[in-house]
Design a protein around this ligand. Sequence first.
Ligand code: ADP
Ligand code: MG
Length: 270
Amino acid sequence: MSPERQMGKRKDCVCTELALLLQKLAWKIKKRLGETLPMEQIVLKQHELPYEVAEQLKTLRTNIRFCGDDKRVILITSCLSGEGKSTMSLELTRSLAELDKRVLLIDCDLRKSILQKHVIRGKFTEGLTHFLAGQCSADDAVYQTEEDGVYLMPAGAIPPNPSELLSSDRMARLIAMSRKSYDYVIADCAPLGMVVDAAVIAPFCDGVVLVIEAGNIPYGLAQEVAQKLKNTHCPILGAVLNKVDRESKKYYKYGKYYNKRYEEYYQGDH
Ligand SMILES: Nc1ncnc2c1ncn2[C@@H]1O[C@H](COP(=O)(O)OP(=O)(O)O)[C@@H](O)[C@H]1O
Ligand SMILES: [Mg+2]
């Protein structure tokens, strides 16, 4: 081989090595930048809660806290859809964050995400399903909100196989990782009376709260769902009777008197 050709080959080798080195360096810089980049932010729709609902939420928050320090990953489910799980999950997240806690709300309702459709204002690209399918990291799928301490992982694109995705090792890893970064994790799940998803996630959680819409759920169905939860061995922390008609004496023995007193009491504060 002529000395010129030898020199040419060596030049090619040096160029290739240099290119590889540059590639590695670029990757390292990207990674470093990625680590220091602030989390993407979204805005959540606000709506003022009636005074008594806000008070009941505080009671729920207190009760959850009294269940013990080890109850930090809370699953919320119900028998049927529309009973108020997502509303309650979001408000409970906000309520816990008011105590200077970092709270992550994971939208685990991969079939009918109300949060994604009606609550999030602003763009988001990744969500739980992207993470579970290995398309992004957990950090990429978590969004900071403009509310202190409130973080949200949206459901993401609707998959054909929600239950399989939720039962994957990645879901267990997500919960384990979230325990390290957040004081509380609230998992808003699909109704257990309709699909199995909540029972699939329950073993990764510390406790479950069952939301029951007053006057709309047959006793037998509630019992059936409670039994399904018991079978997962995830402790049932309690049930929330939601959408109670305060005028009705059926559920609320103080009915309208209580309502009136509340208003008087509250107005007296101003
Ligand atoms: N305590 C409540 N009182 C009145 N309406 C409620 C209450 N909780 C929820 N809702 C309403 O009920 C509907 C269904 O609530 P949502 O949280 O989406 O239910 P789920 O997540 O169980 O399907 C929503 O329109 C919501 O505003
Ligand atoms: Mg919902």
